[in-house]
Design a protein around this ligand. Sequence first.
Ligand code: CA
Length: 230
Amino acid sequence: MSNLNILVVEDEDAIRDMLIMALGQSDLQVTAVASAEEALRILADQNIDLIVLDWMLPGISGVELARRLKNDASYKQIPIILLTARAEESDKVRGLEIGADDYMTKPFSPKELIARIRAVIRRTGKLDDTGQLTIGDLILDASQHRLTIAGQTMDVSPTEFKLIQFFMSNPDKVYSRTQLLDQVWGRSVYIEERTVDVHIRRLRKILAEFDREDLIQTVRGFGYRFSLTG
Ligand code: CA
């Protein structure tokens, strides 16, 4: 599970500190903030793999943030686990209706939360427990920063690695250059759209050495798609 970046949004200091420690000890990277507004800034800037989100927050509430993220093409694929002090069944239903992937009632054990994080990550098709992502004969090992195709190691730069990691985490979907910039480079970085094309070209060139350049397909007038089936 290493290399997974978990965003914790919780305004209660004690719970936030407890989560930072518990998640950190289980080999997860943690970014913790106290409000939805701060969470939005982090999301614009970092690749977040999962959000642990408190329901009741000052300012924009956790539920409202979850609703916004699930309606935003750039963020809706990020899994969300909602934390709440309420135990009513109707709240649970509401949380899941707005698109939260799981739900925990306070007080909860950090161990239980970590188990839920692992389950949600597995279910949503991100890295498995070994930190590997497998699509066909392509294996990406995030912890070792290694990409192999049919057992052969591919030599890719950090940016191309991030790009193919994003594609392998989100196969068969079309992404515009702007969406790829947001997802792979982060929103706050100013980079021209053609930079995306440059890196796509490099990635294809590397894949071409293995006769697999067709994995990254150009969707005319829109962007790119990663798919095993042309
Ligand atoms: Ca709270």
